[in-house]
Structure formats: C-alpha cells, structure tokens
Design a protein. Structure first.
Length: 103
C-alpha cells in the first residue's frame, strides 16, 4: 500500500525506483507467503518470451537471480497483469490484485 501512496522510508530497491518522478505504479499483484517464492516467480515470469530482466541485480541483492525487475514488451497493462496472475498460479501462489490507479 505504501508504494501507491508514497512514503519517505527507503529500504527496498522498489522504494528507490519509486522516488523517480517518472515512475508511477499503476497496478500490483501480490501475495502473502510463508516461504520465499520471489525467485521462483521471477523465473516463471522470465520464462515468457516477451519478458526480460529490466535492470540487472534489481530486487535480487539477496539471491543469485539476474534480477527481479522485469520488463514485458508488447503488452498493455491489463495483459501484463493477466500474465503475472497466471505465473503466480503456476508457481502455486494465491495472487491478490491491488486496485488499479486511474489516470
């Protein structure tokens, strides 16, 4: 929630990205898990031919992944949301959707 409503505390990589005035979250899919699923999810999303690591090392400083910030080309926001939703399910994670921000 704090990523959508601002906040001054910078702890995670995403906090630093969102300080950029050109970055604005428009949607989020998330889940609460008991185990570490971020790497599996990133790999699953990156297995789609349209996805690639956007910035090497971003979000992955505590693992050996190439990066967890993913760029998906050629799709609109709704299509990316659907792709990510499907990948959550494929990894066995129950996704939730944060309401989309209206322009």
């Amino acid at each position: 929630m704090r990523h959508f409503h601002g906040g001054n505390k910078k702890h995670w990589h995403i906090d630093h990205l969102l300080c950029n005035p050109h970055a604005r979250p428009v949607a989020a899919i998330f889940s609460e898990t008991r185990g570490a699923s971020e790497c599996s999810l990133a790999r699953k999303i990156l297995s789609d031919g349209r996805a690639r690591v956007a910035l090497r090392g971003f979000g992955a400083s505590d693992c050996t992944c190439e990066g967890h910030l993913v760029f998906v080309g050629g799709l609109g926001v709704s299509e990316v949301e659907n792709l990510v939703w499907e990948k959550f399910l494929e990894v066995g994670i129950k996704p939730q959707r944060w309401p989309r921000v209206k322009d």
